[in-house]
Ligand binder design. Structure first.
Ligand SMILES: NC(=O)c1ccc[n+]([C@@H]2O[C@H](COP(=O)([O-])OP(=O)(O)OC[C@H]3O[C@@H](n4cnc5c(N)ncnc54)[C@H](OP(=O)(O)O)[C@@H]3O)[C@@H](O)[C@H]2O)c1
Length: 256
Protein backbone atom coordinates (compact mmCIF):
# COMPACT_ATOMS: atom_id res chain seq x y z
CA UNK A 1 0.00 0.00 0.00
CA UNK A 2 1.08 3.58 -0.68
CA UNK A 3 0.85 6.48 1.77
CA UNK A 4 1.62 10.05 0.73
CA UNK A 5 2.75 12.55 3.33
CA UNK A 6 4.10 9.77 5.53
CA UNK A 7 6.92 11.88 6.97
CA UNK A 8 4.78 13.43 9.73
CA UNK A 9 1.37 13.82 11.34
CA UNK A 10 -1.56 11.79 10.05
CA UNK A 11 0.45 10.10 7.29
CA UNK A 12 3.02 8.71 9.74
CA UNK A 13 0.21 7.48 12.00
CA UNK A 14 -1.54 5.84 9.04
CA UNK A 15 1.73 4.03 8.34
CA UNK A 16 1.88 2.86 11.98
CA UNK A 17 -1.75 1.68 11.88
CA UNK A 18 -1.38 -0.25 8.61
CA UNK A 19 1.99 -1.68 9.69
CA UNK A 20 0.36 -3.03 12.85
CA UNK A 21 -2.09 -4.88 10.55
CA UNK A 22 0.76 -6.48 8.63
CA UNK A 23 0.73 -4.33 5.48
CA UNK A 24 3.78 -3.74 3.32
CA UNK A 25 4.22 -0.02 2.80
CA UNK A 26 5.39 2.45 0.21
CA UNK A 27 6.16 5.67 2.08
CA UNK A 28 6.15 8.94 0.11
CA UNK A 29 6.98 12.54 1.06
CA UNK A 30 9.84 14.96 0.37
CA UNK A 31 11.83 14.44 3.61
CA UNK A 32 13.70 11.20 3.01
CA UNK A 33 15.36 11.23 6.45
CA UNK A 34 11.97 11.22 8.19
CA UNK A 35 10.68 8.44 5.94
CA UNK A 36 13.77 6.31 6.59
CA UNK A 37 13.41 6.82 10.36
CA UNK A 38 9.76 5.73 10.16
CA UNK A 39 10.64 2.71 8.02
CA UNK A 40 13.24 1.66 10.65
CA UNK A 41 10.72 2.17 13.47
CA UNK A 42 8.08 0.03 11.71
CA UNK A 43 10.55 -2.69 10.82
CA UNK A 44 11.66 -2.84 14.45
CA UNK A 45 8.09 -2.87 15.81
CA UNK A 46 6.33 -5.14 13.30
CA UNK A 47 8.93 -6.44 10.85
CA UNK A 48 7.28 -4.24 8.23
CA UNK A 49 8.79 -4.12 4.75
CA UNK A 50 8.83 -0.47 3.67
CA UNK A 51 9.87 1.04 0.37
CA UNK A 52 10.79 4.70 0.77
CA UNK A 53 10.22 6.93 -2.25
CA UNK A 54 11.14 10.57 -1.62
CA UNK A 55 8.97 12.53 -4.06
CA UNK A 56 7.74 16.10 -4.43
CA UNK A 57 4.04 15.85 -5.29
CA UNK A 58 3.52 19.61 -5.39
CA UNK A 59 3.94 20.02 -9.14
CA UNK A 60 1.51 19.28 -11.93
CA UNK A 61 1.47 15.57 -12.99
CA UNK A 62 3.83 14.62 -10.14
CA UNK A 63 1.29 12.00 -9.02
CA UNK A 64 1.28 10.35 -12.46
CA UNK A 65 5.08 10.39 -12.51
CA UNK A 66 5.13 8.73 -9.07
CA UNK A 67 2.67 6.06 -10.23
CA UNK A 68 4.92 5.35 -13.22
CA UNK A 69 7.93 5.05 -10.88
CA UNK A 70 6.01 2.62 -8.64
CA UNK A 71 5.13 0.41 -11.59
CA UNK A 72 8.71 0.68 -12.98
CA UNK A 73 9.84 -0.81 -9.63
CA UNK A 74 7.31 -3.65 -10.04
CA UNK A 75 5.39 -2.73 -6.88
CA UNK A 76 1.69 -3.57 -6.62
CA UNK A 77 -0.58 -1.09 -4.86
CA UNK A 78 -3.88 -2.26 -3.39
CA UNK A 79 -4.40 0.62 -0.95
CA UNK A 80 -3.68 4.30 -1.60
CA UNK A 81 -3.82 6.81 1.24
CA UNK A 82 -3.82 10.23 -0.41
CA UNK A 83 -2.87 12.15 2.69
CA UNK A 84 -0.17 14.68 1.71
CA UNK A 85 -1.49 18.21 1.79
CA UNK A 86 -0.95 21.67 3.19
CA UNK A 87 -2.87 24.88 3.75
CA UNK A 88 -2.14 28.57 3.31
CA UNK A 89 -3.76 30.94 5.78
CA UNK A 90 -3.98 34.42 4.26
CA UNK A 91 -6.23 36.65 2.17
CA UNK A 92 -6.55 35.39 -1.39
CA UNK A 93 -5.20 38.74 -2.68
CA UNK A 94 -2.02 38.17 -0.63
CA UNK A 95 -1.40 34.58 -1.72
CA UNK A 96 1.89 33.76 -3.43
CA UNK A 97 1.14 32.42 -6.94
CA UNK A 98 3.74 29.62 -6.81
CA UNK A 99 2.68 28.48 -3.33
CA UNK A 100 -0.97 28.35 -4.32
CA UNK A 101 -0.16 26.45 -7.53
CA UNK A 102 1.75 23.90 -5.46
CA UNK A 103 -1.10 23.69 -2.90
CA UNK A 104 -3.62 22.89 -5.63
CA UNK A 105 -1.23 20.52 -7.44
CA UNK A 106 -0.65 18.59 -4.20
CA UNK A 107 -4.06 18.66 -2.49
CA UNK A 108 -6.01 18.08 -5.71
CA UNK A 109 -3.80 17.15 -8.68
CA UNK A 110 -1.66 14.46 -7.08
CA UNK A 111 -4.68 12.96 -5.32
CA UNK A 112 -6.60 12.63 -8.59
CA UNK A 113 -3.55 11.34 -10.50
CA UNK A 114 -2.77 8.65 -7.91
CA UNK A 115 -6.40 7.57 -7.58
CA UNK A 116 -6.76 7.35 -11.36
CA UNK A 117 -3.49 5.51 -11.84
CA UNK A 118 -4.11 2.73 -9.31
CA UNK A 119 -7.88 2.27 -9.76
CA UNK A 120 -7.80 0.08 -12.90
CA UNK A 121 -5.70 -2.58 -11.11
CA UNK A 122 -7.94 -2.48 -8.06
CA UNK A 123 -11.08 -2.78 -10.19
CA UNK A 124 -9.57 -5.67 -12.17
CA UNK A 125 -8.76 -7.50 -8.89
CA UNK A 126 -12.07 -6.35 -7.33
CA UNK A 127 -10.10 -5.41 -4.21
CA UNK A 128 -8.60 -2.20 -2.96
CA UNK A 129 -8.98 1.06 -1.07
CA UNK A 130 -8.64 4.71 -2.02
CA UNK A 131 -8.57 6.72 1.20
CA UNK A 132 -8.48 10.45 0.57
CA UNK A 133 -7.81 12.88 3.40
CA UNK A 134 -10.20 15.82 3.09
CA UNK A 135 -11.09 18.04 6.07
CA UNK A 136 -14.04 19.57 7.87
CA UNK A 137 -12.96 22.61 5.80
CA UNK A 138 -14.63 20.73 2.91
CA UNK A 139 -18.11 21.54 4.20
CA UNK A 140 -18.00 25.34 3.89
CA UNK A 141 -15.87 28.02 2.28
CA UNK A 142 -13.42 29.67 4.67
CA UNK A 143 -12.31 33.27 4.12
CA UNK A 144 -8.51 33.56 4.74
CA UNK A 145 -8.20 29.80 4.21
CA UNK A 146 -10.02 30.02 0.90
CA UNK A 147 -7.77 28.04 -1.43
CA UNK A 148 -7.24 25.27 1.10
CA UNK A 149 -10.95 24.89 1.90
CA UNK A 150 -11.77 24.81 -1.83
CA UNK A 151 -9.22 22.03 -2.41
CA UNK A 152 -10.77 20.00 0.40
CA UNK A 153 -14.30 20.55 -0.99
CA UNK A 154 -12.92 19.09 -4.23
CA UNK A 155 -11.48 16.08 -2.38
CA UNK A 156 -14.80 15.37 -0.69
CA UNK A 157 -16.84 15.77 -3.89
CA UNK A 158 -14.36 13.68 -5.93
CA UNK A 159 -14.29 10.88 -3.34
CA UNK A 160 -18.07 10.77 -3.05
CA UNK A 161 -18.26 10.41 -6.85
CA UNK A 162 -15.72 7.61 -6.67
CA UNK A 163 -17.75 5.92 -3.93
CA UNK A 164 -20.78 6.11 -6.23
CA UNK A 165 -18.86 4.50 -9.10
CA UNK A 166 -17.49 1.71 -6.89
CA UNK A 167 -20.50 0.98 -4.68
CA UNK A 168 -21.21 -2.43 -6.21
CA UNK A 169 -17.59 -3.57 -6.11
CA UNK A 170 -15.20 -4.56 -3.34
CA UNK A 171 -13.05 -1.50 -4.02
CA UNK A 172 -13.61 1.11 -1.32
CA UNK A 173 -13.43 4.90 -1.58
CA UNK A 174 -13.43 6.85 1.66
CA UNK A 175 -12.87 10.53 2.43
CA UNK A 176 -11.58 11.21 5.94
CA UNK A 177 -12.62 14.64 7.23
CA UNK A 178 -10.56 15.55 10.28
CA UNK A 179 -11.12 18.75 12.23
CA UNK A 180 -8.17 20.57 13.80
CA UNK A 181 -5.59 17.92 14.68
CA UNK A 182 -2.22 18.14 16.47
CA UNK A 183 0.31 17.74 13.62
CA UNK A 184 2.76 20.05 11.81
CA UNK A 185 -0.13 21.40 9.73
CA UNK A 186 -0.52 24.74 11.54
CA UNK A 187 3.25 25.38 11.56
CA UNK A 188 3.31 24.89 7.78
CA UNK A 189 0.21 27.07 7.30
CA UNK A 190 1.75 29.72 9.53
CA UNK A 191 -1.39 29.83 11.68
CA UNK A 192 -1.85 30.01 15.39
CA UNK A 193 -3.44 26.79 16.53
CA UNK A 194 -7.16 26.93 15.86
CA UNK A 195 -9.17 27.76 19.00
CA UNK A 196 -10.75 24.78 20.70
CA UNK A 197 -9.48 21.31 21.37
CA UNK A 198 -7.13 19.71 18.89
CA UNK A 199 -7.64 16.01 18.23
CA UNK A 200 -4.64 13.71 18.51
CA UNK A 201 -3.51 12.29 15.19
CA UNK A 202 -3.68 8.56 16.19
CA UNK A 203 -7.31 9.09 17.29
CA UNK A 204 -8.20 10.52 13.86
CA UNK A 205 -6.45 7.65 12.10
CA UNK A 206 -8.26 5.10 14.29
CA UNK A 207 -11.58 6.64 13.21
CA UNK A 208 -10.66 6.11 9.55
CA UNK A 209 -9.48 2.54 10.16
CA UNK A 210 -12.77 1.75 11.90
CA UNK A 211 -14.70 3.24 8.97
CA UNK A 212 -12.76 1.02 6.54
CA UNK A 213 -13.64 -2.05 8.62
CA UNK A 214 -17.39 -1.47 8.22
CA UNK A 215 -19.17 -4.04 6.10
CA UNK A 216 -20.89 -1.28 4.12
CA UNK A 217 -18.48 1.66 4.31
CA UNK A 218 -19.73 5.23 4.01
CA UNK A 219 -18.40 7.73 1.43
CA UNK A 220 -16.91 9.95 4.14
CA UNK A 221 -16.23 10.00 7.84
CA UNK A 222 -15.83 13.00 10.12
CA UNK A 223 -13.51 12.62 13.07
CA UNK A 224 -14.89 13.89 16.40
CA UNK A 225 -18.47 14.52 17.56
CA UNK A 226 -18.00 18.31 17.77
CA UNK A 227 -16.60 18.35 14.24
CA UNK A 228 -19.54 16.25 13.05
CA UNK A 229 -22.03 18.75 14.48
CA UNK A 230 -20.06 21.66 13.00
CA UNK A 231 -20.12 20.09 9.54
CA UNK A 232 -23.83 19.26 9.82
CA UNK A 233 -24.68 22.79 10.95
CA UNK A 234 -22.74 24.37 8.11
CA UNK A 235 -24.74 22.31 5.61
CA UNK A 236 -28.08 23.55 6.91
CA UNK A 237 -27.42 27.09 8.25
CA UNK A 238 -27.86 30.06 5.87
CA UNK A 239 -24.84 30.33 3.56
CA UNK A 240 -23.97 33.94 4.43
CA UNK A 241 -24.04 33.14 8.15
CA UNK A 242 -21.69 30.21 7.64
CA UNK A 243 -19.25 32.31 5.57
CA UNK A 244 -19.25 35.15 8.13
CA UNK A 245 -18.69 32.74 11.00
CA UNK A 246 -15.81 31.13 9.09
CA UNK A 247 -14.29 34.59 8.53
CA UNK A 248 -14.54 35.37 12.26
CA UNK A 249 -12.80 32.14 13.22
CA UNK A 250 -10.05 32.54 10.62
CA UNK A 251 -9.37 36.16 11.60
CA UNK A 252 -9.23 35.20 15.28
CA UNK A 253 -6.45 32.72 14.42
CA UNK A 254 -4.42 35.09 12.25
CA UNK A 255 -1.24 33.84 10.61
CA UNK A 256 1.74 34.70 12.82
N1 LIG B 1 -3.87 18.81 11.08
C1 LIG B 1 -5.10 19.25 10.83
O1 LIG B 1 -5.68 20.03 11.60
C2 LIG B 1 -5.83 18.76 9.60
C3 LIG B 1 -7.22 18.90 9.56
C4 LIG B 1 -7.91 18.46 8.44
C5 LIG B 1 -7.24 17.88 7.39
N2 LIG B 1 -5.88 17.75 7.45
C6 LIG B 1 -5.20 17.14 6.30
O2 LIG B 1 -4.45 16.03 6.75
C7 LIG B 1 -3.42 15.75 5.80
C8 LIG B 1 -2.13 15.49 6.54
O3 LIG B 1 -1.70 16.70 7.16
P1 LIG B 1 -1.12 16.74 8.64
O4 LIG B 1 -2.14 17.40 9.50
O5 LIG B 1 -0.62 15.40 9.05
O6 LIG B 1 0.05 17.80 8.44
P2 LIG B 1 1.63 17.61 8.40
O7 LIG B 1 2.11 17.04 9.68
O8 LIG B 1 2.15 18.96 7.98
O9 LIG B 1 1.86 16.54 7.23
C9 LIG B 1 1.77 16.88 5.87
C10 LIG B 1 2.48 15.81 5.07
O10 LIG B 1 2.38 16.17 3.68
C11 LIG B 1 3.67 16.06 3.09
N3 LIG B 1 3.86 17.01 1.99
C12 LIG B 1 3.73 18.35 2.03
N4 LIG B 1 4.07 18.88 0.84
C13 LIG B 1 4.41 17.84 0.03
C14 LIG B 1 4.88 17.74 -1.32
N5 LIG B 1 5.04 18.84 -2.08
N6 LIG B 1 5.14 16.52 -1.82
C15 LIG B 1 4.99 15.40 -1.06
N7 LIG B 1 4.56 15.44 0.23
C16 LIG B 1 4.28 16.64 0.76
C17 LIG B 1 4.64 16.40 4.23
O11 LIG B 1 5.91 15.79 3.99
P3 LIG B 1 7.23 16.55 3.48
O12 LIG B 1 7.22 17.94 4.05
O13 LIG B 1 8.34 15.69 3.99
O14 LIG B 1 7.12 16.52 1.98
C18 LIG B 1 3.95 15.71 5.39
O15 LIG B 1 4.33 14.35 5.46
C19 LIG B 1 -3.39 16.94 4.84
O16 LIG B 1 -4.04 16.60 3.64
C20 LIG B 1 -4.18 18.01 5.59
O17 LIG B 1 -4.77 18.92 4.71
C21 LIG B 1 -5.17 18.17 8.52
Amino acid sequence: MLITGASSGLGADFARAFAARGSRLILVARRADRLNELAAELHEAHGTECVVIPWDLGTWRAGSDLAAEVSRRGLRVDVVVNNAGFGTHRAIADENADTVASEIALNVGALVDLSRAFLPGMIARNDGVILNVASTAAFQSLPYLGVYAATKAFVLSFTEALWGELENTDVQALALCPGPTRTEFFDVAGSDAIAGPLQESPVVVAKAMKALDRRRPKPFVISGTGNWWGAAASRFAPRKTVIRLGRKIMLANRPH
